[in-house]
Design a protein around this ligand. Structure first.
Ligand code: FAD
Length: 385
């Protein structure tokens, strides 16, 4: 049985997020883009409405919503400003390995407080010398009695300066490759943590991206998530839950650009008629609409699969590559449709084009998604449906 109709609850949630994005995010987007100021107050309002941390299980007092509902929300929030929605969504990314591999006690310790007041968390895997090639990380965690001592440097960490705790992957046995990595939760106030400067990025400037350095940071053994050697697996399994949501954000940014382009193409005239009536422009809009719809369908399927207990790694990569590449193309074409005005900061589409780019980079680049898809297909002898 196949159905594409949202339940009443899902539709209400989507409307709530859409209204919030329109009233509370979009009006502040240009300010945070220009200043790079962290959007704490916008996040606070989203948090109060229950639009953040929707993944926290019901038994901990959370909404316990699925990845699918997270996607519905994130498409809307990102349509308002993806720098702001990324700040909110980084909590989902940091929490995902805890949800996947944490004990009940650990879930209570790290996830429940996200509901008590506005708090942030961060996912620390990437390092200056290792992004796509996670095996190349150098951070070490050495067991000393009842604790581990962490040393290393993480890079490009979203929510780096505002997080209350970090999910960190480090080698406990460097000779064992990916099976020699372990995962830890490190509270922000622990001695030996140094937070770098806010990075000046091309887009999504509301989001806080930093280097985080760990120098002889002592982490109790009870803060290890999963067994020793499971760090890489947990970090990757987290992506099965978060790539659909990030991809939904890319659909949201693309949709916002398309809506601006449609309006502008109907208002702007050249050669005696609205530019929308020139077929070259109309076809750009047609491509935007069909490719965004296809992206959304992949997002929904990849989310549905994981929510229903099916493997979704390959579909999460389909969704991520398709939505990120579509978002980049749609926002670039929107700038084209606006002509000279598209290139100007007083019009909205240049920001959307800058914001779009990172969807092809973070949570696995578009090349890495193709690598995952190809490996999966070739090892099985053909694609699954
Ligand atoms: C704004 C921002 C926020 C981020 N937030 C976080 C965060 O919160 N936590 C975190 O841990 N990380 C985060 N990242 C890091 C991000 O996940 C990495 O930047 C990304 O995985 C790419 O790694 P890299 O930058 O080291 O590039 P590299 O891995 O060095 O890749 C460089 C280029 O080579 C290509 N490439 C590499 N290997 C292959 C291959 N085998 N085949 C084909 N092409 C290949 C890549 O696709 C890319 O185009 C963030 C990054 C940015 C920019």
């Amino acid at each position: 049985m196949i159905g594409f109709t949202l339940s009443q609850e899902q539709e209400s949630l989507r409307q709530l997020a859409r209204e919030f994005a329109r009233k509370e995010i979009a009006p502040h987007a240009a300010h945070h883009d220009a200043t790079g100021e962290f959007p704490r107050e916008v996040c606070r309002k989203a948090w109060e409405l229950g639009l953040m941390n929707t993944h926290v299980p019901e038994e901990l007092g959370g909404l316990g919503l699925g990845v699918f509902e997270g996607c519905l929300i994130n498409e809307e929030l990102a349509a308002g400003c993806s720098g702001i929605s990324t700040a909110m969504e980084a909590n989902t990314l940091a929490s995902a390995p805890v949800l996947v591999g944490g004990s009940d006690e650990q879930k209570k310790t790290w996830l429940a407080p996200l509901l008590e007041e506005l708090r942030f968390a961060a996912y620390c895997v990437t390092e200056p010398n290792a992004g796509s090639d996670v095996q190349g990380i150098r951070t070490r965690a050495v067991r000393k009695g009842d604790a581990y001592v962490l040393n290393g440097e993480k890079m490009w960490i979203t929510n780096g300066s505002v997080a209350d705790w970090y999910f960190v992957v480090a080698y406990t046995d460097p000779s064992a490759g990916t099976k020699g990595m372990s995962a830890f939760i490190v509270p922000r106030e622990t001695d030996g943590i140094e937070v770098g400067k806010k990075e000046r990025n091309m887009g999504q400037r509301a989001s806080d991206t930093r280097a985080i350095t760990f120098r002889d940071v002592v982490v109790p053994a009870g803060h290890r998530i999963g067994e020793e050697g499971q760090g890489w697996l947990l970090a990757m399994k987290a992506f099965d839950r978060t790539r659909p949501t990030v991809s939904a954000g890319a659909v949201g940014v693309g949709r916002a650009a398309m809506e601006h382009a449609i309006r502008y193409a109907q208002e702007r005239s050249t050669f005696g008629k609205p530019i929308a009536e020139h077929q070259a422009v109309a076809f750009m809009i047609a491509d935007m609409a069909k490719d965004l719809e296809a992206s959304r369908l992949l997002v929904w399927k990849s989310a549905w699969l994981v929510d229903n207990g099916h493997p979704n790694t390959q579909f999460a990569s389909y969704a991520k590559a398709m939505a990120a590449d579509t978002c980049m193309r749609v926002t670039t074409d929107a700038v084209q449709i606006f002509g000279g005005y598209g290139y100007n900061t007083e019009y909205p589409v240049e920001k959307l084009m800058r914001d779009a780019k990172v969807f092809q980079i973070y949570e696995g680049t578009s090349q890495i998604q193709r690598l995952i898809i190809a490996k999966s297909i070739l090892s099985r002898g053909g694609p699954t449906s």
